[in-house]
Write a protein that binds this ligand. Sequence first.
Ligand SMILES: Nc1ncnc2c1ncn2[C@@H]1O[C@H](COP(=O)(O)OP(=O)(O)OP(=O)(O)O)[C@@H](O)[C@H]1O
Ligand SMILES: [Mg+2]
Length: 497
Amino acid sequence: MTLFSELGLDSSTMKSIEKMGFEEATPIQAQTIPLGLEGKDLIGQAQTGTGKTVAFGIPLMEKIDLKDENVQGIIIAPTRELAIQVSEELFKIGYGKRARVLAVYGGQDIDRQIRALKKKPHIIVGTPGRLLDHIKRKTLRLGGVSTVVLDEADEMLNMGFIEDIESILSTVPEERQTLLFSATMPEPIRKIAERFMKDPTIVRVKTKEMTVSNIEQYYLELREGEKFESLARLFDIQTPELAIVFGRTKRRVDELSSALNLRGYMAEGIHGDLSQAKRLSVLKKFKEGNIDVLVATDVAARGLDISGVTHVYNFDIPQDPESYVHRIGRTGRAGKHGVAITFVTPRERGQLQAVEHTTKKRMERMKTPTLTEALEGQQKAVSEKIINAVENEDLSLYLPQAEELLQKHNAVDLVAAVLKSMTKEPDTTPVKLTEESPMPMRRGGGDRNRSGSGSNNRSRNGRGPTGRKDYGNKRNNNNRKPGGNRGSSQRREQYNK
Ligand SMILES: Nc1ncnc2c1ncn2[C@@H]1O[C@H](COP(=O)(O)OP(=O)(O)OP(=O)(O)O)[C@@H](O)[C@H]1O
Ligand SMILES: [Mg+2]
C-alpha cells in the first residue's frame, strides 16, 4: 500500500489530491508516478477504473512551469467526451497549482476554442482531428511541449488516427516525455511505441484476469428476436440504478432507445451521428440520474467515468475482446461492485470464446428471464420501498385511512392491492427493432466484412490487419456507401458526428 504522501509530490499536488479525497495510490499510480516524475517514457496498463488518469496526470502536472506561457503538456484521447472528462480531472489535479487546462475537440465552435487558446493554457486535452486542425491554423503551437500523453492509445490505433497523431507529434520537440495508457495493450500497440516513444518502461499491473474482479460477468444465449424482451425483463428483475446498454450500430441505438421509452424506461441514446450538443446533454442527464439507461455505441466504451453505473448490458456482443473489456469497465470502477451481461446469439459463440480467452475469465451462463420473474422483480422493488417507508418514514397522516380500510377489508388483500397499484407490471407493448446480422469477427477492414464470421482465421486479438474501427454502421447511413472511402477524415466523421 502506498500513500500519496509517500510519493514525494509537490505540496500543491498534495493539496489537490486531498481535495479529490484520495489518500492511497492505486497500484498503477504507485508504480508509474515515480517513474513518470523521473521523466521516463512509460507504457502503463492496468484494469479499467483503476485511476490511470491520475497516474499520468500527476507527473504531467508537476512538470508544468506556471511562468512559461507555452503549452507544455498535451493529452490525446479518442473521443470528445473522454477529452472533456480528462481535462476536468487534470483541472482537479492542477487545482492546487492553478494550472490552466483546456479541452479542444470536434463539434465545438472553433472560434470559441481559438479564443480560449489565446488565454495561454498550459495543458491541452484534445481529440486528434481537432488538435491537428488547430495546428494547421496555427492557433495551437506545440514547440514548448515537454509531456505527451496518449490515453486509450490502442483505440486511437483502431480508429486509424495514427497518421493524425504522427502529424501532431511531428510538431512536438523530440526531447519530450511520452506516456501511453490503456487497460488493453494488443500487439499492434508496439507500432505506436516504436514510432513515438524512446525506450519506454512498460508497467503492467499484473492481475490474473484482464477485467476487474468486482464485476460479475454473465452471458445469455438467445435468438436475435428475443433480445429486447430479455433486456426489458432483466431491467425489471435487476432494477439497475444506472445502466449502459451497448448496441452495435447507430440505428440499433436509436431503435433501442425509442423502444425502451415506449415501454416506459427512461432511456436515451448516444452515438456519433448526434450533434455534439446532444451528445453532451444526454451524457449530462445520465450522470445526473435524469435518465436511467444510456444506450450507446462503442463511442461511450472507453474511459468514461460515470459513478453509479451498476449494470452494463451488451445487447450486441462487441466486435472484439478489447471492446468488451472497456465496455464492461464502465461499471465496477474505483472498487465498486458491478454487473455485466452479454447477449450472444447461437452463431456468435465463437466471439464469446474469443472474449473469454482474452480476458482469461469465464462468464457465467444466465437463463433467459421469464415474465413471471420480471413481475416478481418489480414486486420485490416495490416491497422494499414499502418496508423502507414503514421503517423510516412518518406515516401518521396515513394511519387513520389505513385503519378504516382494515376494518372493511382483509389485510392481505389490502397489501396485495397496494403492491399491485405500485408495481410497474411488465409491459408488452409491441416494439420494432431491425434485426442485425450476427456480429462477425473484425478482420480485413472493419465491419463491412460481415460474411464469413467464423472464428478460425481470426488474428489473436480479433482484429483485422488494418485494425481499424468504426463506431457506427455505414450500411445504415444513407449518406455513405458501404464500400466508401476509408480515409482518416471520414473515419473521424463517423466517430465524431
Ligand atoms: N487513488 C485513488 N483513490 C480513490 N479513487 C481514485 C484514485 N485514483 C483515481 N480514483 C477515481 O477512480 C475513478 C476511475 O479513474 P480513471 O477514470 O482514471 O480510471 P482508468 O484507469 O483511466 O479507467 P479506464 O481504463 O476505464 O479509462 C475516478 O472516479 C477517479 O477519480
Ligand atoms: Mg482512463
